[in-house]
Write a protein that binds this ligand. Structure first.
Ligand SMILES: Cc1cc2nc3c(=O)[nH]c(=O)nc-3n(C[C@H](O)[C@H](O)[C@H](O)COP(=O)(O)OP(=O)(O)OC[C@H]3O[C@@H](n4cnc5c(N)ncnc54)[C@H](O)[C@@H]3O)c2cc1C
Length: 420
C-alpha cells in the first residue's frame, strides 16, 4: 500500500461510506480537512443474493424474518428505493436539534422532488387512484431521482442518487478512501478517542486522528461502540419491518416502474403504505419465500403495496449477532396496515392477494441521542462521534436517508467550528 496510513495523523477518520459517512466526509474535505474514509465493503452495484447472504448484507434476525443492509461503498443507499421524508421536526426539537437549514441545503443540492406524472408507473397509478377513491390522502412522495435521465418505463440505475456521489465529491476534494477496511474498535486514552484499530485489506493497523466519526450504520456503529467499552450501545433497536401485499392485475405492464411513487403515513396507527414494485430478482425471491412458486413469473402483472411498521425499540445487537423479537403491538400494527393495503388493492381490481414474509431495511436507534450520544452526536469519549441511523432517538417507521444526511451536515458544521 503506497499510503503509510499508520504513520499519518488525520483530522478526521470516518467509518462507513453510507449517506451519513459520505456526507460528513464531503463537507469536511471541502473545507480542506485531512479526511480518511474507512469502508468495510468495496464498490458493488449488483443484487447478488448468495453474495449478500455471505457478506451479511442479508441476515436472519429471528423467527424467519430478514434484514437487509449494504456493506459496500455508498452503504445501504446502493440498494435503496430513493424515497425522501423530511425529518420529524418535533421529535428532534425535544433534543434541541433543528435540522431545517440542513434540509434546505440538501434540497438545493440533491435531485429531490415528487415524480412527474408521466414517470409514475401503471401499478402505482392504479393504486393511487384506488386509495383516493377510498377517501385516503395518498400523495406523491419525494424521490432522490434525476428525473431528466428517466422516461416512461425507463428508469436507469444512474438516475437514482446514492451516496457514492458524495464519496466521489469527498475524494475530489482530497479525502482518502480505503475499502475492504474493517474498523474493530476505537483507541481511547484517558477518555479521549485518539484513533481506531482496523484490518485494512487484510493487515492490522492502528490509525490516529483528531476526531473520529462512526457512520457504520444502525448495526455496525453499535458493534464498534461495544468493542470500545460503551456497552449499552446495541441494547434495543428498531428496524421498521415491512411486508408487501401483492396481487395480480389484468391489463397492466408493471414490472419496470419506479418504486414508492406515492403513499400515505398513518401516524397514529404506526404504519406507512406506499406502492412498491420490487426489482424482479427480489420479487422472485420473495415469491419463493412466501411459498408462492406459481407467482415467480408474474412480475409484470403484479401490483404491490408496501406496509412499513413503526416497531418498538427491542432486541439486541451483540458481538455480531442481531436479534429482534417483535411485540404483539408491532404485529397488530402490521395486521392493520395489511388490511388497509388489501382494501386498496382489491378496490384497484387486484386478485389473489398474499403478503410476503417480513423483512427490514432500516435498522437504527441503537446508539440513541440522549442516551449514548448527546445532541451534538458526541459519545462519552471526547472526539468520538456517531452519525447514522443508530442515533435516531426513538421508534421511527420512516425512510431515514434525508434525516441522516441532515444530521451529517449538522455534525460537519459542528466539527468545523471546533478548534482541532
Ligand atoms: C431495499 C432497501 C430500500 C430502502 N429504501 C429506502 C428509501 O426509499 N428511502 C430511505 O430513506 N431509505 C431507504 N432505505 C434505507 C437506507 O438506505 C438506509 O437507512 C441508509 O442508507 C442508512 O444510511 P447510514 O449512513 O446510516 O448507513 P449505511 O448506508 O448502512 O452505511 C453504513 C456503512 O458502514 C460500513 N460499515 C459497517 N461496519 C463497518 C466497519 N466495522 N468498518 C468499516 N465500515 C463499516 C458499511 O459497509 C456501509 O457502507 C432502504 C434500504 C433498503 C435495504
Amino acid at each position: 500500500m503506497s499510503l503509510n496510513i499508520g504513520k499519518e495523523t488525520w483530522d478526521v477518520i470516518i467509518v462507513g461510506t453510507g449517506p451519513s459517512g459520505a456526507c460528513v466526509a464531503r463537507q469536511m474535505a471541502r473545507q480542506h480537512k485531512k479526511v480518511l474514509l474507512l469502508e468495510k465493503g468495496q464498490a458493488d452495484l449488483s443484487i447478488n443474493i448468495p453474495r449478500m447472504l455471505k457478506n451479511k448484507e442479508m441476515m436472519f434476525i429471528g423467527k424467519g424474518k430478514t434484514l437487509v443492509r449494504g456493506i459496500r461503498t455508498g452503504g445501504t443507499s446502493v440498494l435503496y428505493y430513493g424515497t425522501a421524508y423530511d425529518p420529524p421536526a418535533k421529535l428532534f426539537a425535544k433534543f434541541g436539534i433543528d435540522l431545517s437549514s440542513e434540509v434546505e441545503e440538501l434540497r438545493s443540492e440533491l435531485p429531490l422532488g415528487p415524480l412527474k406524472d408521466e414517470l409514475i408507473g401503471p401499478a402505482a397509478h392504479k393504486i393511487r387512484q384506488s386509495a383516493v377513491d377510498l377517501g385516503l390522502a395518498w400523495g406523491k412522495l419525494d424521490k432522490f431521482i434525476y428525473q431528466d435521465l428517466c422516461a416512461p418505463g425507463h428508469f436507469p440505475s444512474e438516475a437514482l442518487w446514492n451516496a457514492n456521489r458524495y464519496v466521489s465529491d469527498a475524494i475530489e476534494s482530497g479525502a482518502v478512501l480505503l475499502t475492504c477496511s474493517v474498523v474493530t474498535r476505537v483507541i481511547v486514552n484517558e477518555n479521549q478517542a485518539i484513533g481506531v484499530e482496523a484490518t485494512v485489506q487484510g493487515e492490522h493497523h492502528k490509525i490516529y486522528a483528531s476526531k473520529i466519526v462512526l457512520s457504520a450504520g444502525g448495526l455496525g456503529s453499535a458493534q464498534i461502540l461495544q468493542a470500545s467499552k460503551i456497552n449499552k450501545a446495541g441494547e434495543g433497536f428498531f428496524c421498521d419491518p415491512i411486508t408487501i401485499v401483492q396481487g395480480l392485475a389484468e391489463g397492466i405492464e408493471a414490472g419496470k416502474e419506479i418504486p414508492m411513487a406515492a403513499g400515505m403515513i398513518f401516524e397514529e396507527e404506526g404504519f406507512v403504505l406506499t406502492d412498491l414494485t420490487l426489482p424482479k430478482l427480489v420479487y422472485q425471491l420473495f415469491s419463493v419465500q412466501a411459498l408462492r412458486p406459481n407467482r415467480v413469473w408474474q412480475h409484470e402483472r403484479t401490483m404491490g403495496i408496501m406496509v412499513k411498521v413503526r416497531d418498538g425499540l427491542g432486541g439486541s445487537i451483540k458481538r455480531g449477532k442481531v436479534y429482534k423479537n417483535f411485540s404483539e403491538a408491532d404485529k397488530q400494527r402490521m395486521q392493520l396496515g395489511e388490511s388497509k393495503a388489501r382494501e386498496i388493492l382489491l378496490h384497484a381490481g387486484a386478485k389473489r392477494l398474499y403478503s410476503t414474509v417480513w423483512t427490514s431495511a432500516h435498522p437504527g436507534g441503537s446508539a440513541r441521542i440522549g442516551e449514548i450520544v448527546d445532541s451534538n452526536l458526541k459519545s462519552e469519549y471526547d472526539n468520538l462521534y456517531v452519525c447514522d441511523c443508530s442515533v435516531i432517538p426513538t421508534a421511527w417507521g420512516l425512510p431515514p436517508t434525508l434525516t441522516v444526511l441532515a444530521l451529517a451536515k449538522r455534525l460537519a458544521k459542528h466539527l468545523l467550528m471546533m478548534k482541532s
